[in-house]
Structures are given as structure tokens and as C-alpha cells.
Write a protein that binds this ligand. Structure first.
Ligand SMILES: Cc1cc2nc3c(=O)[nH]c(=O)nc-3n(C[C@H](O)[C@H](O)[C@H](O)COP(=O)(O)OP(=O)(O)OC[C@H]3O[C@@H](n4cnc5c(N)ncnc54)[C@H](O)[C@@H]3O)c2cc1C
Length: 246
């Protein structure tokens, strides 16, 4: 339950408010506004102009409060990332939920976080008023607190996103996201299971991609699918992603 609401006009003001106990950033509020027993003070980020999308050399810099739908509709957004965004949440939620709120709230079934992990996205994070760049992989594993101001993804990598789900619009049971750079560097991440997407491979070439996918999901058993099923599907999706990468 939100007990106190702040809407600062400057980043400095927001950072000061966030030093208060039990006070968290508010993005789109789709998760924070859900009823809970605990009360929390929120710092609404909407007046801070953190919603821009900017191409910077080979990178796309996505402001923390950019909504999932704005990113999806942007010409600069790579097509596989658009597919992942569409699967993340239905349209009404995509129109409100922000990129930063979504990555903070993500679990292993998040298609958006799975794609960001494969793209080796970087997060601009402010902790104790110190700005630092955190790799998406590190962020997802350690979940540090702080204020995310932007997320940067490369535009010079080829990417692919493949998935299997019960219906075309459902959250995938298994998804595979792939990025490949001109150097041959190949990153494969898997989603559809557990607390966070898994990085299955980050290599100098694509050799052994399907085996890496299979091995990464050897314990991926839950009420949706057996580990054996996920291992086979992950290997197939990884191969398909490599064949279709563009
Ligand atoms: C009706 C409904 C349906 C939903 N359906 C789905 C679904 O199908 N699949 C699914 O995965 N989720 C679903 N959700 C959950 C929710 O949509 C996502 O988690 C959402 O993407 C969160 O984004 P937000 O911007 O609204 O975050 P908020 O609710 O504003 O915040 C979420 C978390 O992120 C933190 N945060 C926000 N911005 C920042 C920042 N800049 N820096 C640091 N921390 C920040 C907040 O403090 C909070 O801890 C649904 C929610 C609703 C209400």
C-alpha cells in the first residue's frame, strides 16, 4: 500500500527523498499500486524527464521511465526486442509500465529481461549519489538497490528471439535470446523459468550453442514443464535463433 506520495521536479530532489527509510522509486506503478499489507513511500519519477530514447553511436539509450510501449513503437528498437516487449505484458500494462520498473520487478519468465541479458545491456544506476554502470547480468543476479536512470543496448549486434508458449500471447515456457557481434562474440540467454533469466553462453563464436542451452536448463523443472522438456526446447530454440539471426 502506498502511504506517502512524492513527485519531485529534479533528480537531486528525488535522490534526497530516496534516502528516507522505506521509500522507493515509482515508475509506472503497475506493480507498486497493487494492494499489499506493507506500506511504502514512493518517489514518482514522471516529472524528471527520464523517458527519452536516444541513439548514441552504436547504442540506444533508453530513459528509465520510457514505457514498454514507447520502446516497442520506436523505429530504433530492434525487431527481436519488440517481440520480447510484446510478450512481457498486455497493451494496457505496456502503456504504463516503465523499462526500469520492469527490469527491477522481473523474474525468470520476463522476456524483456531475457533479451536485455543477451544484448549485454548496461544500466545507469545511482547508489548513494554515486553514478555507476552495471551490466544487466550482474544487476539481475545481485539486484542492487538504487535509482536506475537509463538502460543502454547495442545497435551494432545482430539479435534473435525465439520462444515456445501455450498460446502465442502467453508468457513463454522457454525463450532463447541471442546476440552476435561482428567479432564473433555470441551471447545466449534463456528465459521462461526461475527467479531470473540465465546466461547460457558468452563466447567468442557460436560453437556449442545448443549444448550450452541444454546444459543451462538441466534443473529447470516447475509446474509448467519438466527440466527434460525445457532442455530439449532450449537447444532447439538456440539453433533456430542462430539460423534466423539478423
Ligand atoms: C493488471 C496487471 C497485469 C500484469 N501482468 C503482468 C504480466 O503478464 N507479466 C508480468 O511479468 N508482470 C505483469 N504485471 C506486473 C507489472 O506490470 C510489471 O512488473 C511492470 O513492468 C512494472 O513496471 P512499472 O514501471 O509499473 O514499475 P513500478 O510498479 O513503478 O515499480 C516496480 C519496482 O521497480 C522499482 N523501480 C521503478 N522504477 C525504478 C527505477 N528507475 N530505478 C530503480 N527502481 C525502480 C520500484 O521501486 C518497484 O520496486 C502486471 C501488473 C498488473 C497491474
Amino acid at each position: 500500500m502506498i502511504s506517502t506520495y512524492h513527485r519531485p521536479r529534479t533528480l537531486d530532489e528525488a535522490l534526497t527523498l530516496l534516502t528516507q527509510p522505506n521509500t522507493v522509486p515509482l515508475g509506472g506503478g503497475t506493480l507498486l499500486s497493487k494492494p499489499t499489507a506493507d506500506s511504502v513511500a514512493v518517489v514518482d519519477l514522471q516529472a524528471l524527464r527520464l523517458d527519452s530514447l536516444r541513439v548514441n553511436g552504436n547504442d540506444l539509450q533508453i530513459g528509465a521511465t520510457c514505457t514498454l510501449q514507447s520502446l516497442l513503437e520506436a523505429d530504433e528498437c530492434p525487431t527481436p526486442l519488440k517481440t520480447a516487449l510484446k510478450l512481457e505484458a498486455p497493451l494496457n500494462i505496456r502503456n504504463t509500465a516503465t523499462v526500469a520498473g520492469t527490469i527491477v520487478a522481473s523474474d525468470g519468465r520476463s522476456t524483456f529481461a531475457t533479451m536485455l541479458l543477451a544484448m549485454d545491456a548496461k544500466l545507469d544506476l545511482i547508489v548513494n549519489r554515486q553514478s555507476k554502470i552495471v551490466n544487466c547480468g550482474e544487476f539481475l543476479l545481485t539486484r542492487p538497490s538504487g535509482l536506475i536512470t537509463s538502460i543502454t543496448v547495442p545497435l551494432n549486434a545482430k539479435t534473435a528471439f525465439e520462444f515456445v508458449s501455450k498460446t502465442p500471447a502467453d508468457k513463454p515456457i522457454v525463450c532463447a535470446a541471442l546476440s552476435q557481434w561482428n567479432s564473433g562474440r555470441t551471447r545466449l540467454s534463456l528465459g521462461g523459468y526461475g527467479k531470473t533469466p540465465l546466461l547460457a553462453m558468452d563466447g567468442t563464436e557460436a560453437d556449442g550453442l545448443d549444448t550450452a542451452a541444454k546444459n543451462a536448463y538441466h534443473e529447470a523443472e516447475d509446474e509448467w514443464a519438466s527440466a527434460e522438456y525445457r532442455m530439449d526446447v532450449a537447444a532447439t530454440l538456440a539453433k533456430r535463433a542462430l539460423e534466423g539471426i539478423s
